[in-house]
Design a protein around this ligand. Structure first.
Ligand code: PMP
Length: 370
C-alpha cells in the first residue's frame, strides 16, 4: 500500500467530536499587503537581528541538552518588564498565549467543567475547550460589543461556569472592559477569571491593566503575548500573570521542556530591547485611529477599537468584498458579526494601499434597519 493511498481521515477512529472539524487558521497568502492577523508589521532592527543570530549560534553548541524546563531567566525578565512588583513566581510562559490558554483549560477545565466567553470573541476559545474536553458556553456582548459587571455575573450564575474568559481589548471588536468591571466580577465569583490582554499595549492607557488586581484575587489570571505589540509573533511567546498557585497548576499539565531553548533565548533578546521592539506601537495605534476616521468618512460603519485592528462594514456580501480586496493584493480577515470585515493596523503605506483598493472596489453598504 502506498503512503498516499485512498486511506483518509474518514477511515480513522477519530474522536467523535472532531469528525468534520477543520483545522483553525487564517489564510497564509503571499500577497503584498497582509492585514489579517493583527501582527506588528515592522521587523526588528539590524542590531536586534544580529544579536538574535549570535544567541542562536551559541545555543547550537548545547542543542544536545534539554532547555531550562522552568524558563526562569525569561520569567524573571518578563516580571521585570511588567513591573507591578511581580516576580518570576507570578509568571508562566509557553508557545504563544494559545498554549498558555490550553494549560489553563487543562488545569481548570476538563470533563464536567464549563468555560464561558462573551461573543463575538476570539475564535480559538472553543477549540481550547474542545481539546481539553471542557464544555464551552458563550453569551452575547451588549449592542456595543461590551460587557458590564451585571451581564457577566448573570451569565456566570446562569451557566455555572468554572472558568470565565474576558478579552480586553476584545478580538475581533477592539472593545475594552474597564479594570473596575473586572474588579467587581472577581469580587463576586469563585470561578477562575481569565483576562486575555493580548492587545493591551495598544490601548490608550496600557498601564491600566487587570494585573493591578492580582494581589486581591488569587483566582484571577491575566494572559499576555509577545506576538502583537512586541513584534515577536514568529518567536511564539505567550505568558500569564497570576498568583504562584496558578503557575503551579500549569506546571502539572505542561509537556516537559515545552518551551525550546531558542524560543526562551530569542524572547530574552527581544525583552532586553523592549523599548525598540515596542517603538512602533504608538504610531500603529495612531494609524488605526486615523483609519477608523477615514473609513467612517467614506460612510462605512466602524466598531470603535482600542486595539491594532478594527471591524468595518456592513456589507451585504462580505465574502465578495474580501475577495475583491484580495484580487487587489490586500488580505483582510473575514471574521466577526455578519457583514463586517476586520483589518489590522499596517504601515502607513499598507493602510493607504488598503484604502485605495477599497475605494476601487466600492462595495455596496448594507442598509441598516431604522
Ligand atoms: N488572544 C487573542 C485575543 C488573540 O487575538 C490571539 C491571537 N490572534 C491570541 C490570544 C493568541 O496569540 P498567540 O498565541 O500568538 O500569543
Amino acid at each position: 500500500m502506498s503512503p498516499d493511498s485512498d486511506f483518509g481521515l474518514a477511515a480513522l477512529p477519530l474522536r467523535p467530536e472532531l469528525v468534520g472539524e477543520e483545522p483553525y487558521g487564517a489564510p497564509q497568502l503571499d500577497v503584498p499587503v497582509r492585514l489579517n492577523v493583527n501582527e506588528n508589521p515592522y521587523p526588528p532592527s539590524d542590531d536586534v537581528v544580529h544579536e538574535m543570530g549570535r544567541v542562536v549560534q551559541r545555543l547550537a553548541r548545547e542543542v544536545n541538552r534539554y532547555p531550562d524546563r522552568e524558563a526562569t531567566e525569561l520569567r524573571t525578565a518578563l516580571a521585570g518588564y511588567l513591573g507591578f512588583g511581580l516576580t518570576a513566581a507570578n509568571i508562566w510562559v509557553a508557545n504563544g498565549s494559545n498554549e498558555v490558554m490550553t494549560h489553563l483549560m487543562g488545569a481548570f477545565g476538563g470533563p464536567g467543567r464549563r468555560v464561558l466567553s462573551f461573543s463575538p470573541t476570539y475564535s480559538m476559545y472553543p477549540e481550547y475547550a474542545r481539546n481539553t474536553h471542557t464544555d464551552y458556553v458563550t453569551r452575547p456582548r451588549d449592542a456595543d460589543f461590551r460587557v458590564s459587571t451585571a451581564l457577566v455575573l448573570e451569565a456566570i450564575a446562569e451557566t455555572e461556569a468554572d472558568v470565565v474568559v474576558i478579552t480586553t481589548p476584545n478580538n475581533p471588536t477592539g472593545t475594552t472592559t474597564p479594570v473596575q468591571v473586572i474588579d467587581e466580577i472577581c469580587a463576586a465569583t469563585r470561578a477562575i477569571v481569565v483576562v486575555d490582554e493580548a492587545y493591551q499595549e495598544f490601548t490608550a492607557v496600557p498601564e491600566d491593566s487587570a494585573i493591578a488586581l492580582l494581589p486581591k484575587y488569587p483566582r484571577l489570571v491575566v494572559t499576555r503575548t509577545m506576538s502583537k505589540a512586541f513584534a515577536f509573533a514568529g518567536g511564539r511567546l505567550g505568558y500569564l500573570v497570576a498568583n504562584p498557585a496558578v503557575v503551579d497548576a500549569c506546571r502539572i499539565v505542561r509537556l516537559p521542556y515545552h518551551l525550546s531553548a531558542q524560543s526562551q533565548a530569542l524572547a530574552l533578546v527581544a525583552l532586553r530591547h523592549s523599548t525598540q521592539m515596542l517603538a512602533r506601537v504608538e504610531s500603529l495605534r495612531d494609524g488605526l485611529q486615523r483609519l477608523q476616521h477615514d473609513l467612517r468618512r467614506r460612510g462605512y460603519e466602524v466598531v470603535p477599537s482600542d486595539a491594532n485592528f478594527c471591524l468595518f462594514g456592513r456589507f451585504a456580501d462580505r465574502h465578495a468584498v474580501f475577495s475583491a480586496l484580495l484580487d487587489r493584493g490586500v488580505l483582510v480577515r473575514e471574521t466577526g458579526p455578519a457583514g463586517f470585515l476586520r483589518v489590522s493596523a499596517g504601515t502607513p503605506d499598507e493602510l493607504a494601499a488598503f484604502l485605495t483598493a477599497l475605494d476601487d472596489v466600492r462595495p455596496p453598504i448594507q442598509e441598516l434597519p431604522t
